[in-house]
Design a protein around this ligand. Structure first.
Ligand SMILES: [Zn+2]
Length: 415
């Protein structure tokens, strides 16, 4: 390949593609295609002088020159290896020697800044292991590059990498936990439900740990509602730190809680002598929400219901709870819930009756949902983020590292 972007004229055929070096203050001395397919490019700074870092005077006396190998972005599948001729100057004033600065790569870096930036950009949207493979570098290096690119993006959204920084306070918060290591490390995820962003992913889920997280909210009195599910242990921390906020139990969870009990009833009927022939493969008719059945399916379901009145009664209770959620208002919710609980208690369905304890323990938080209508406060957004987090952790490298995982999740706010 010809050197320095000059085109050989005459009979020689041009066999290379010219790509500008595009490194400010650098120019090419030679370039050579290696037998391994790599392109080796010798470069040197254009300037003939440098400022002495000791006395700030300009020096032109070159002491020596060293070859430093640096990796640049590949051209197509060809690795590009820069040989940077780094000069050492001797200052004529203070007689100390010094190495010229290197803007293309940076102090003691073995890669160009633009390669690190590109790797970091890729890592913003792709798994670390995947990017490491594609660029032929180590996963730790990819993580470093990701950090360089991600930090400014994250800070633009108002989040900070510092874990003590005050958090912006939305009116509605969502809180949930996820296992970084099942049974060992649980972390807490706090979300802004108004702007649909993750505010923080903090270590641990104990009262003290969650308290520390909530105390970082810049204006705790502004919080009107905090959404959570019934399994979470966050209630005491929220009551302590945000006494003015209503705790709202996620309505999907409440319905799911009852659905679990109802499923047991349906499956027990599917095994009973009188239920088996009727329900064979038809359980879904009872488990699907009523409004999602076709007219035919609804008819079939009610026919089975006539044959199995006990199952029908349990189904009515399940649907009644769903109807209550869909139609009750702040004014009617409490009465409606009491009526439903009474019906369950009167019924002989032990499975559903056992599920009632949640309605006693979380009554206030279940009813709080209706205070915020027409906004249907739910933890769906938080759970979506949690599922994404679990998917990230399944992708492997680096996600057991909490800081890296946190960076990745906060980066999700930008995309
Ligand atoms: Zn000097």
């Amino acid at each position: 390949m010809p050197s320095q972007h000059t085109i050989e004229t005459g009979p020689a055929k041009i066999e290379g593609i010219f790509v500008p070096l595009d490194l400010t203050g650098m120019h090419i001395l030679t370039q050579e295609w290696q037998t391994n397919g790599a392109i080796q490019v010798e470069i040197i700074a254009t300037t003939t002088q440098a400022t002495c870092p000791h006395c700030q005077r300009i020096s032109v006396k070159i002491h020596d020159m060293r070859r430093r190998k640096k990796r640049d972005m590949a051209l197509r599948e060809h690795q590009v290896e820069l040989i940077l001729l780094k000069r050492r100057f001797t200052c004529q004033c203070c007689h100390k020697s010094f190495t010229e600065p290197d803007a293309a790569c940076g102090w003691r870096k073995r890669t160009t800044a633009r390669l690190r930036e590109t790797i970091g950009q890729h890592a913003c949207t792709q798994p670390v292991a995947h990017v490491a493979n594609a660029f032929g570098v180590g996963p730790r290096f990819v993580q470093e590059c990701l950090k360089i690119v991600a930090l400014p993006k994250i800070e633009q959204t108002g989040c900070r990498i510092d874990e003590k920084h005050p958090l912006p306070t939305p009116r509605h918060l969502g809180i949930d936990e996820f296992a970084r290591r099942k049974g060992h490390h649980y972390d807490t995820i706090l979300c802004d439900l108004v702007n649909r962003t993750v505010l923080e992913i903090s270590e641990g889920r104990t009262l003290e740990e969650v308290q520390k997280l909530l105390e970082r909210l810049s204006d705790p009195d502004k919080v009107e509602a905090v959404s959570m599910d019934m399994s979470a242990s966050f209630r005491p921390a929220v009551q302590l730190c945000l006494p003015k906020a209503h705790i709202v139990v996620d309505h999907f969870h409440v319905i799911q809680h009852v659905m679990k009990a109802f499923k047991k009833i349906v499956s027990s009927w599917a095994h009973k002598k009188e239920g088996k022939p009727l329900l064979q493969g038809k359980q879904y008719l009872f488990l699907t929400a009523q409004e999602h059945l076709t007219e035919e399916q609804a008819q079939e379901r009610s026919q089975i219901g006539e044959e199995l009145p006990h199952l029908e009664a349990a189904w009515q209770l399940k649907e009644a709870l769903r109807t209550w959620y869909a139609t009750a208002t702040a004014a009617t919710a409490a009465d409606g819930l009491d009526t439903w609980i009474e019906q369950v208690q009167k019924s002989g369905f032990d499975h559903v009756r056992k599920a009632l304890s949640a309605f006693v323990n979380w009554r206030q938080e279940i009813l709080a949902f209706f205070q915020f209508l027409p906004t249907r406060i739910s933890n769906g957004f938080v759970e979506g983020k949690n599922n994404r987090t679990k998917a990230l952790m399944r992708q492997g490298y680096g996600y057991r590292n909490r800081q890296h995982l946190r960076l990745r999740i906060l980066l999700g706010n930008v995309a």
